[in-house]
Write a protein that binds this ligand. Structure first.
Ligand SMILES: Cc1cc2nc3c(=O)[nH]c(=O)nc-3n(C[C@H](O)[C@H](O)[C@H](O)COP(=O)(O)OP(=O)(O)OC[C@H]3O[C@@H](n4cnc5c(N)ncnc54)[C@H](O)[C@@H]3O)c2cc1C
Length: 321
């Protein structure tokens, strides 16, 4: 029986979503492979989410020291490399984030293990581990196998897996001191600079008017925004709308965007890909407008309008003006 390690990512005393996403996927893999699941937490004293990790894993290895409160790649990779040698896990999962992009290649060199980066899925086929990665700017999915190795390193794309409800594990927490042979740190933590946050928090909205690629052009956003204002809603969108820079990222709904729970979700020109629909499972009533009567969004919609969205928008604007 092997072990899967998930490196728990945290920032400013909070567990990051990517950690919970990885733990959910790792839990499924553990069941398929008859492995055990260990969350590896490297952090400062008394972090408030140890119990949450214990609820999602069979074990938490907590390397606890004030000097580790903030991410320091030199020290973190020294600790992980020691754990690789002492515990010999079969798989180590990390986020494809600033942490994982720093740690995974270095650990691959230190351990000699193969690394697969930016994976959107992980599978077991005939007992062999495979990963799915996107190539050609996301147009093609490639299935990748590893050369035989004692262990494998995988970085996981944020949003590739859902954030599950609280776990049902009662993992034991094993506290370890900081190893004595760690390299000297070459960095000094100065301060956190928060990235720009949106003016709108769509997770708190009761009524969302959501637009997809079906609006055709970025300049059409203004018309949808007008409608949202008239109807007392806020505007949200699918991922291509963000990729095309028609709206900022904080409007995006879905696995790599926000999970929303409005009373009404009004979807305009959104096809209903699973990565989008995963973000609206908690919505009260879903009304979808799409000119394609076979659009998958209609499978989850309470009301389906098969029509050109601009006709509907014009009619509603007249009605609410
Ligand atoms: C790892 C990963 C994470 C992802 N995360 C997300 C995510 O968080 N959120 C997300 O949304 N997507 C996400 N995606 C992308 C997702 O797979 C889909 O590509 C995306 O949701 C499609 O967006 P869309 O529905 O706006 O566009 P399309 O799929 O192009 O659909 C456009 C729709 O508009 C309709 N339409 C066109 N013109 C009109 C008109 N005039 N009137 C009415 N209907 C019209 C069409 O019939 C079509 O159904 C992710 C993908 C990956 C691989």
């Amino acid at each position: 029986m092997g072990e899967i390690f998930v490196v728990a990512e945290h920032r400013q005393e909070r567990l990051r979503d990517i950690t919970v996403q990885m733990l959910g996927k790792a839990d499924k893999l553990c069941r398929e492979l008859s492995h055990t699941l260990t969350a590896v937490l490297i952090g400062g004293k008394d972090v408030p989410f140890v119990n949450e990790l214990a609820g999602r894993a069979d074990r938490v290895i907590f390397v606890e020291d004030e000097r580790l409160r903030n991410f320091d790649p030199d020290q973190y990779k020294g600790i992980l490399n020691n754990l690789i040698h002492e515990r010999g896990p079969r798989i180590i999962m990390m986020g494809h984030t600033a942490w994982g992009m720093d740690l995974a290649p270095a650990l691959a060199v230190m351990s000699g293990w193969p690394v697969a980066s930016d994976c959107v899925d992980i599978l077991v086929e005939d007992g062999d581990l495979k990963v799915i990665r996107q190539i050609y700017n996301g147009k093609v999915f490639s299935k990748v196998s590893f050369r035989q190795s004692k262990g494998y390193l995988i970085t996981v794309r944020a949003g590739a897996f859902p954030v599950n409800e609280p776990g049902s594990h009662h993992g034991e927490v094993e506290r370890l001191p900081i190893p004595l042979d760690l390299p000297e740190t070459r960095r000094e933590f100065l301060e956190f600079a928060e990235s720009e946050t949106g003016e709108v928090d769509i997770t708190q909205s009761e009524f969302l008017v959501s637009v997809g690629r079906g609006i055709g052009e970025g300049e059409n956003i203004a018309e949808i925004k007008e409608l949202a204002d008239l109807m007392g809603g806020q505007i949200s969108c699918s991922r291509p709308v963000v990729d095309k820079n028609w709206l900022p990222k904080y409007h995006q709904v879905g696995t790599s965007g926000k999970t929303v729970r409005p009373k009404v979700y009004f979807a305009l020109g959104i096809s209903g890909a699973f990565q989008h629909v995963a973000g609206i499972g908690g919505a009260g009533t879903i009304i979808a407008v799409n000119k394609d009567k076979k659009a998958p969004i209609f499978r989850v919609a309470d009301y389906a309008v098969v029509d050109d969205l601009f006709r509907i928008v014009t009619a509603l604007k007249e009605r609410f003006s």
